[in-house]
Design a binder for this molecule. Structure first.
Ligand SMILES: Cc1cc2nc3c(=O)[nH]c(=O)nc-3n(C[C@H](O)[C@H](O)[C@H](O)COP(=O)(O)OP(=O)(O)OC[C@H]3O[C@@H](n4cnc5c(N)ncnc54)[C@H](O)[C@@H]3O)c2cc1C
Length: 398
């Protein structure tokens, strides 16, 4: 299999590299940048970096690489999106636009009214409005269609009561897109409507959930008599399930996950060769073997990514293949973090990255805790295995 670029792809790759080299703000050069956290950061350097990087990408039309050009996207082919993401991930440059770019924008492009498109798409592209997803509830995750948050029509408004959970980064967002139940008597997939809500609407309360690594990433979102105009409904009433499941045909290789796993592993290997690394990791044979295993796994991950992008390039739609890739990548990220904590033994108990005894600024310790969620977010490993079993292997449903 020849994975090298053809002339056109090489030229596009060089162009992406050039923009990153020239325009990536200094703050983002260490690969740890976070556009969503920086956008409204109290620190003006962070805010400027987020703004500058958005503008640099917008100048090329690359804020939304997979949106059609007529809506301000780049209209890139899946292969060009792949190259773009690969180069962004190699340099550690943060993507901009959050879930507005990745999820809500594509949904509005397909199902939104002309007014909704005109109002919301430009603000997503400029970075002015950040969107977050209110789907999961305490009793509805894998079985999302069981959601209970109720929206009752009252004239030109819906009145919403209920609760969402795990609303990632809602504290940084400006608007939420939310699945609500509008017909409790209909079969569960057919009584749901998709609503857009300004986060400042009276009755919305967002409460932090601190995860076990000490991060504030998740939130609980409560709705108490929240009034939302009917014009904020996307698509027809009770057809919101199908709206909520829409995504444009975009690149699904998870090349970002593969590149980032390899970067962590390379950093770990390099650190182990330094005097400090040697002192903190005596280099037992078991560590060397584990590192070699992880390296091979990242190679496998690259091949899963290439498989998916080559399917998309031929006009095929990856299905269970994307589940295989997600499952493998998420479990691999946990194994890499696990190996890192073993390599550094007792030094791995140090969580404070500024502690001088910390190995690699406690990155692997932190990854060990945060990567637990990788096999839950965006469909748990069990759900992925169900998809692989039924759609991939053709086994009967259990
Ligand atoms: C990092 C992260 C970010 C998230 N961000 C958001 C967000 O921004 N917005 C949002 O709405 N939600 C978000 N979620 C929620 C996420 O979508 C749910 O956690 C996920 O869908 C699983 O649902 P659950 O937590 O309710 O677990 P459950 O569905 O209750 O599952 C519990 C256990 O049962 C297993 N299980 C469930 N059904 C089956 C089955 N049919 N067959 C076999 N096993 C099964 C699961 O695999 C799991 O082990 C996020 C979650 C994480 C971890």
């Amino acid at each position: 299999m020849d994975w090298s670029d053809n002339a056109e792809q090489a030229a596009f790759r060089a162009k992406v590299r050039g923009v990153i080299e020239n325009d990536l703000p200094e703050r983002y050069q260490d690969g740890e940048g976070d556009w969503e956290r920086d956008r409204k950061n109290e620190n003006p350097v962070a805010r400027d970096a987020a703004k500058q990087w958005t503008e640099a990408l917008a100048k090329q039309g690359w804020v939304a690489p997979h949106w059609p050009k007529e809506y301000g996207g780049a209209g890139l082919s899946p292969m060009e999106q792949f190259i773009f993401k690969q180069e962004m991930a190699i340099s550690g440059a943060p993507p901009v636009g959050g879930q507005g770019v990745s999820q809500l924008g594509p949904t509005l492009i397909v199902h939104g009214s002309p007014e909704q498109k005109a109002e919301h798409l430009p603000k997503i592209l400029s970075g002015e409005v950040d969107w977050r997803q209110g789907y999961s509830e305490p009793g509805a995750g894998s079985d999302l269609a069981s959601l209970q948050t109720r929206a009752i029509r009252d004239g030109d408004e819906y009145v919403i009561n209920g609760q969402k959970i795990w609303t990632s980064l809602a504290h940084h967002a400006d608007w939420l897109y939310v699945l609500t139940r509008t017909d409790p008597d209909a079969p569960k997939h057919r009584g749901i409507s998709f609503l857009l809500m300004d986060k400042l609407t009276p009755g919305i309360t967002i409460r932090p959930l601190i995860d076990m690594s000490g991060r504030h990433h998740f939130n609980e979102t409560f709705f108490e008599d929240v009034r939302v105009p009917v014009s904020n409904r996307v698509g027809e009433e009770n057809r919101g399930w199908y709206v909520g499941m829409t995504l444009l045909d975009f690149e699904r290789s998870n090349i970002t996950g593969a590149v980032s796993a390899r970067r962590t592993l390379d950093a770990l290997t390099s650190y182990m060769k330094t005097d400090e690394g040697k002192a903190k990791s005596p280099g037992a044979e078991a560590n060397r073997t584990a590192l070699a295993d992880r390296y091979i796994e990242t190679e496998v991950m690259f091949n899963f990514s290439f498989r998916i992008i080559s399917m998309q390039d031929r006009g095929l739609i990856p299905n269970h293949e994307a589940s295989v890739s997600k499952l493998f990548a998420s479990e691999m990220s946990q194994r890499i973090a696990n190996t890192g904590t073993k390599v550094f033994g007792l030094y791995s108990y140090i969580h404070d990255k500024d502690d001088e005894r910390a190995a690699m600024e406690s990155k692997l310790t932190s990854n060990y805790l945060t990567s637990v969620s990788a096999t839950i977010a965006a469909g748990t490993s069990e759900i992925q295995r169900n998809i692989i079993a039924t759609r991939g292997l053709g086994l009967p449903r259990g």
